[in-house]
Design a protein around this ligand. Structure first.
Ligand code: PEP
Ligand code: MG
Length: 882
C-alpha cells in the first residue's frame, strides 16, 4: 500500500472539462471528444478515465479505490444530464465503454456497447423505445461483446449459436424477431457461464467496472504488445477509457449511422466523402455486410442532419486545420458525432491536401511541408504491389531499392539481355551481383539476390538506376547451373514469373498487379516549398549522363559522387584488367591510354548533363576482386585444357593479385599509389573534358576526390599528382578551369585525423558505407543477410546501421571530423555520399552535424529535399520506405 498522495489524483475527466492538448492523459479519442464538446458539437455526453488511472492499475494490478468513487460521481452527473438512471427498469440509461490510447492502436480490444442492459432493463428499453426487437437486439449484442471482451470467450461460439438460431427461423440476422433474439441472449449468457464459470453480471455497476478493468488489462494483451513493438510505441503509456451515453442509429426509420471524411482521403479532393446506412449501428458500416450509401444521398433522407453535418465538417476543418474523419449517428432524426480524429490518407491525397490547404489559407507553407512524410513521397515515386492484390509472399529479403517489378526469372546477365530482346520482362536472380552483371541489371525490371546487404553491389547499383531490388533474401537458394532457385519446398525455374517489391522486401510467385503513381503538380509545388526551408544541399550519386539528367530533373544540385569504376564496366572491363595485370610499363601505359580516351568522352557527357553544377569525380576505387577474372573459373578451364598461353598468363596474374580480404586490400587510393599512372590518367581525362566543355561555352565545376585515404601523406602524394597533371593540361590549353581537390572520409582513421587531411583537402565527402563497415567491423556484403535480422530482433541494434547512420558511433566520428576539419580550414566543404545520404533520419543527423550537402541516388533526391527541409524545421524524423 502506498500512502495517500498529497493532492489526490484526478482519475476522471468530463468531456466538457478536457481538450485536445491532453492526448497523453485522455488518449486520442477522449481528447478529441472533449475538444468537440468544447466546440459545441453534438457529442453524446460522457467522461474519460485517464491513462494515469490505467498506469496505476498496471502498476498495482488493481483499480485504485478512489477511481470507483470518482466513477460513481461522474455517473451521477451523466444521469442527471440525461434524465435517466443506469439500471432503471422503466427507462434505463445505457453507456458504451471504449478504449482510447494516446496513439491509435488497432491491435487493442476496443468497445463494449449497451452497458446497463439486463433481464429487467431490457424490458424497460423495449417499452421506452416502443421497439421490442431493437431492445433485445441491443441486449444480445451486449452479452456477446461482453463475453468476448471481458470474459475472453472465443467469439466463434457466439457466432455458431447465432447461426443455429438464424437458420430455423428462416430470417436474416437483421430481422430476427424479438423472441428469437431473447432466446439468443439466453444462449449467449449460457455460453459465458459455461466458458467463464460465472454468469453474465446483471448489475449495471458491476458490468461497467469490469468492462473498465478489461480495457485496462487489454493494454498488456498479446496483440497490443505486438502492435506497440512494431510501431515503436512505449509500453508504459497506458490507455484511457471513454464512457459515453449510448445513442442508437438502429432505432426506427429516422435513424442511421455513418463514417465520413471532411475531404476525400484517396484523392485529396476538397469535398466530404463517406458512407452511411439507414437504421444501423456503427459496426454495420465498417463490417461491410450491408451495401452502404454514399454520403451525398444523406441529404435526400435526412436533409436537416445533412446540413448540420456539413457545418460540423467546416467547424472541424477550420479548427483542426486538417482533414478529419468522423463517426456519426442519427437517432430518431437527431445528429450525434461519436468520434473524430485527423484522418489517414493516401500519399497522393496528402500532397494535394497540403497544397490546397495553403491555397485556402488554412495552413502555411511550413505546415504544408511538415504534413507530408518522406515515406509518402517515396510511395509517389515508385510502383508498388496493388493494395487490392491478393498474393502469397514466397519470402522476404532486405528492401534494398524501392519500387515493385514483375518478370520472368533469369539467372545470368546474358539471359536477361536475351529475353528482354525478345520482348519479355525479367527479374535477375543471383546469389549476389558483380560489375560484369551490369548489362543484366540494366535489362532487368528488378533484381533479387540471396546474399549481400543494403550497400552491396546489387543494392547500390539498383538504387542508382532506380530499379527495384530485394537483396539478402537468405531463404533463397540459387542454383544457376540447374537454372532454378528454391525457397524451402518451392522450386522456381528459369522463365517462371515472380514479383518483387523493393519497398517492402517481399517476393511473390506469379504476377502481382502493380500500381504506378503519377506525381501531380502538388508534388512539385510542395517540394519547391521544401527547398525554401532546407539548409542542406542535395546532390546525386550518378555515374552515367542519363542518371545525371534524371537526377537534375528531380532537383539535384550537382553530383556528389561519380564512381569512376562504374565507367569501366562492360566492354571496358578487359582494358581495366589489362591495366591491372600488365607486366611491363609499356603494356600498362597502353592500357591506361585506351582507358583515358574512353574516360574523357564519358566526362564530357557528364559535365554537359550537369552544366553549371558541381560534379565530384572519385578517382578509381576498385574492389580489385570485382575487376579481375575469377581464379576458380580459370582453374577449371585450365583443368579442361582450355587455356592458351594468354590464358595461362591471366591465371598467373589473377592468382598473384588475388586477396584473402579484398574489401580491406588493394582498394581506393592504394591501387593509385602502386600504379601512379592511373590517377594521372584519370585527372588528365577529367580536366581535358572540362577544357572541352569550357571552350564550348560551358561552366564546368569539377571536384576531384581521392578514395579511402588513411593517412594525410597518402592524400598529399595523390593531390600532388592531381595538381601537376591538371596544371599541365590547363597550361597547354590556355584555359582557366576551376577545380577542387578533396578526399573521402570512409575509414575511422581518416575521421580521427581529419585535421591533418583538411590541410590539403578543400572538401570532404563522408563515405558512410565503408565508414560503417569499418567502424562496426561488419562486412557490408555479409553481415546483413545472415546476422542483421537477429540483431534487430534481439534488440542488439536498434536499426540497421547500413540503412540509418549510427548516431553514437559512426555519427560521432562524422561530427568529430566535421569539427576538427573545419577548425583547420573554416571553409572546408562537406558532403556525404554513402547510401545514408538518402535516408531521412541520417539526413537529419547530417543537418545537425553542419554538413553542407547530402548526395544520394537520383530517385531519392526528392526524398532528400523533403527530409532536409524537415530537418531544418526540426520535425521528428521519419524513415522513408518501409
Ligand atoms: C562509401 O563507402 O560510403 C562510398 C560512397 O563508397 P562505395 O560505396 O563506392 O564504397
Ligand atoms: Mg567506399
Amino acid at each position: 500500500m502506498t500512502g495517500a498522495p498529497a493532492s489526490p489524483p484526478r482519475w476522471i475527466v468530463r468531456f466538457s472539462a478536457g481538450d485536445r492538448s491532453q492526448r497523453d492523459l485522455l488518449g486520442g479519442k477522449g481528447a478529441n471528444l472533449a475538444e468537440m464538446t468544447r466546440l459545441g458539437l453534438p457529442v453524446p455526453p460522457g467522461f474519460i478515465i485517464t491513462t494515469e488511472a490505467c498506469r496505476a492499475f498496471l502498476a498495482t494490478g488493481a483499480v485504485p479505490d478512489a477511481l470507483w468513487e470518482e466513477l460513481d460521481a461522474a455517473l451521477v452527473d451523466l444521469q442527471t444530464g440525461a434524465g435517466r438512471r443506469l439500471g432503471d427498469p422503466a427507462d434505463p440509461l445505457l453507456v458504451s465503454v471504449r478504449s482510447g490510447a494516446p496513439f491509435s492502436m488497432p491491435g487493442m480490444m476496443d468497445t463494449v456497447l449497451n452497458l446497463g442492459l439486463n433481464d429487467a432493463t431490457v424490458e424497460g428499453l423495449a417499452r421506452a423505445s416502443g421497439d421490442r426487437r431493437f431492445a433485445f437486439d441491443a441486449y444480445r449484442r451486449l452479452v456477446q461483446l461482453y463475453g468476448k471482451v471481458v470474459f475472453g470467450v472465443d467469439g466463434s461460439l457466439f457466432e455458431d449459436a447465432l447461426a443455429r438460431r438464424v437458420e430455423p427461423s428462416g430470417a436474416e440476422e437483421a430481422v430476427l424477431p424479438a423472441e428469437v433474439l431473447a432466446e439468443l441472449t439466453a444462449d449467449f449468457a449460457a455460453i459465458i457461464e459455461r466458458e467463464a464459470g460465472e454468469p453474465f453480471p446483471q448489475d449495471p455497476d458491476e458490468q461497467l467496472r469490469r468492462a473498465v478493468e478489461a480495457v485496462f488489462g487489454s493494454w498488456n494483451g498479446r496483440r497490443a504488445r505486438d502492435y506497440r513493438r512494431m510501431e515503436g510505441i512505449a509500453d508504459d503509456l497506458g490507455t484511457a477509457v471513454n464512457v459515453q451515453q449510448m445513442v442508437f442509429g438502429n432505432l426506427g426509420e429516422a435513424s442511421g449511422t455513418g463514417v465520413a471524411f471532411t475531404r476525400n482521403p484517396a484523392t485529396g479532393e476538397a469535398r466530404p466523402y463517406g458512407d452511411w446506412l439507414p437504421r444501423a449501428q456503427g459496426e454495420d458500416v465498417v463490417a461491410g455486410i450491408r451495401l452502404t450509401r454514399n454520403l451525398d444521398e444523406l441529404a435526400t433522407d435526412f436533409p436537416d442532419c445533412a446540413a448540420q453535418l456539413s457545418d460540423v465538417f467546416a467547424t472541424l476543418e477550420a479548427h483542426y486545420a486538417d482533414m478529419c474523419d468522423i463517426e456519426f449517428t442519427i437517432e430518431q432524426g437527431r445528429l450525434y458525432i461519436l468520434q473524430t480524429r485527423v484522418g489517414k490518407r493516401t500519399a497522393h491525397a496528402a500532397f494535394r491536401m497540403a497544397v490546397d490547404m495553403v491555397g485556402e489559407g488554412l495552413i502555411n507553407r511550413r505546415e504544408a511541408v511538415l504534413r507530408v512524410t518522406p515515406a509518402q513521397l517515396e510511395r509517389l515515386l515508385h510502383p508498388s504491389f496493388s493494395p487490392d492484390a491478393s498474393y502469397d509472399v514466397l519470402t522476404t529479403g532486405l528492401n534494398a531499392s524501392p519500387g515493385a517489378a514483375v518478370g520472368a526469372v533469369v539467372f545470368t546477365a546474358d539471359d536477361a539481355e536475351a529475353r528482354v530482346a525478345d520482348g519479355q520482362d525479367v527479374i535477375l536472380v543471383r546469389a549476389e551481383t558483380a560489375p560484369d552483371d551490369l548489362h543484366g541489371m540494366i535489362a532487368a525490371q528488378g533484381v533479387l539476390t540471396s546474399r549481400g546487404g543494403l550497400v552491396s553491389h546489387a543494392a547500390v547499383v539498383a538504387r542508382g538506376m532506380g530499379k527495384p531490388a530485394v537483396c539478402g533474401a537468405g531463404a533463397v537458394s540459387v542454383d544457376p547451373d540447374d537454372r532454378v532457385f528454391t525457397v524451402g519446398e518451392v522450386t522456381v525455374s528459369e522463365g517462371d514469373v515472380i514479383s518483387i517489391d523493393g519497398t517492402t522486401g517481399e517476393v511473390a510467385l506469379g504476377a502481382v498487379p502493380l500500381v504506378t503513381p503519377e506525381p501531380t503538380g502538388a508534388f512539385a509545388t510542395l517540394l519547391g516549398w521544401a527547398d525554401g526551408f532546407r539548409r542542406l544541399g542535395v546532390r546525386a550519386n550518378a555515374d552515367l549522363p542519363e542518371d545525371a539528367v534524371r537526377a537534375r530533373e528531380l532537383g539535384a544540385e550537382g553530383i556528389g559522387l561519380c564512381r569512376t569504376e562504374h565507367m569501366f564496366l562492360g566492354d571496358r572491363l578487359p582494358l581495366v584488367q589489362r591495366m591491372i595485370l600488365a607486366e611491363t610499363d609499356a603494356a600498362e601505359q597502353a592500357a591506361l591510354d585506351a582507358l583515358g580516351e574512353a574516360q574523357r568522352s564519358d566526362f564530357v557527357a557528364l559535365l554537359q548533363a550537369m552544366e553549371g553544377l558541381p560534379i565530384t569525380v572519385r578517382l578509381l576505387d576498385p574492389p580489385l576482386n570485382e575487376f579481375l577474372p575469377d581464379v576458380t573459373e580459370l582453374l577449371v578451364a585450365d583443368a579442361k585444357g582450355e587455356l592458351d598461353a594468354d590464358g595461362h598468363r591471366l591465371l598467373a596474374a589473377a592468382q598473384h593479385w588475388s586477396e584473402v580480404n579484398p574489401m580491406l586490400g588493394t582498394r581506393g587510393c592504394r591501387l593509385g599509389v602502386i600504379k601512379p599512372g592511373l590517377y594521372r590518367m584519370q585527372t588528365r581525362a577529367l580536366v581535358e573534358a572540362a577544357v572541352e566543355v569550357e571552350r564550348a561555352g560551358g561552366a564546368p565545376h569539377v571536384e576531384i576526390m581521392v578514395p579511402l585515404t588513411v593517412t594525410a601523406r597518402e592524400l598529399d602524394l595523390v593531390a600532388g599528382w592531381i595538381r601537376e597533371t591538371a596544371e599541365e593540361v590547363v597550361r597547354d590549353a590556355g584555359v582557366t578551369i576551376t577545380y577542387r581537390i578533396g578526399t573521402m572520409i570512409e575509414t575511422p582513421r581518416a575521421a580521427l585525423r581529419a585535421d591533418q587531411f583538411a590541410r590539403t583537402a578543400e572538401f570532404f565527402s563522408f563515405g558512410t558505407n565503408d565508414l560503417t563497415q569499418m567502424t562496426f567491423g561488419f562486412s557490408r556484403d555479409d553481415v546483413e543477410a545472415r546476422i542483421m535480422a537477429t540483431y534487430l530482433e534481439r534488440g542488439l541494434l536498434e536499426v540497421d546501421p547500413f540503412r540509418t547512420l549510427d548516431p553514437t558511433g559512426v555519427g560521432r566520428l562524422v561530427r568529430l571530423a566535421v569539427d576538427e576539419g573545419r577548425a583547420v580550414r573554416p571553409d572546408l566543404h562537406l558532403g556525404i555520399c554513402g547510401e545514408h545520404g538518402g535516408d531521412p533520419p541520417s539526413i537529419a543527423l547530417c543537418h545537425d552535424a553542419g554538413i553542407d550537402y547530402v548526395s544520394c541516388s537520383p530517385l531519392r533526391v526528392p526524398v532528400a529535399r523533403l527530409a532536409a527541409a524537415h530537418a531544418a524545421l526540426g520535425a521528428p524524423t521519419h524513415a522513408a520506405g518501409a
